[in-house]
Design a protein around this ligand. Sequence first.
Ligand SMILES: [Zn+2]
Ligand SMILES: [Zn+2]
Length: 247
Amino acid sequence: MSIAAPFRACLDLVFPRTCSACREPLFEPRIRLCDECAADLAHHVGGEYCAQCACDAGPHLLVNGRCSDCRVHSRPPVSRIVRVGRHRGTLRALVLAYKYERVLDDLLGDWMAHASQSVISEAEVDTLVPIPTPLIRRWRRGFHPADLLARRIASRTHLVVTPLLAMARRVRPQTGLSATEREENIRGAFRCISPRRTAGRSICLVDDVCTTGATLREAARALKAAGAQRVMAVVISRAVLSDPAQS
Ligand SMILES: [Zn+2]
Ligand SMILES: [Zn+2]
């Protein structure tokens, strides 16, 4: 037994490891979710969803992988949105914990890489582009969630991360806003910082959560205005604005 093991055991007694989702103490240090949360997670990961907006297929049939809302938009700014799961239960708890405390970024990034791998290669993606975070929020958190996730996906897919976007102006947080308010709040929020490295490229945007898709659409518009050929996106979870369990 190494000298570190008894020290680790004492440390776990003083500061017991807790489940990353519900914060219940864990007694098996290699596992980061309790049994209940692990079982709940299985209900919210995967599932059939629309390839364009990443919403659950629900009772409506998908036609060519798209829901009835998306079929009316023939040329959306974001061609596809890949998600790990729906923004509910344990997956939602993990996304929120990650956003504010940076836990499990390796695991979440691995899930995103796994979920998006085939679509990324089909779309012949050249580079991953994280959605920018306002400087003040980045400073308060001490990290940039989308950037860390993009770097983890890059390490698993052999793509590169190119921060092609920056904030063009200040925006209010989107939380608590209606779909229309979100669209207005984010309009013109991003600018492409290198049209030379954007023109003709196939780009995959990376963000933690997608709620109405307004942020991803606006980012894609900025990239397309700079000449990007194609823009898709990968997120951990897809929320639905009208669902109080997902706010
Ligand atoms: Zn738990
Ligand atoms: Zn859809």
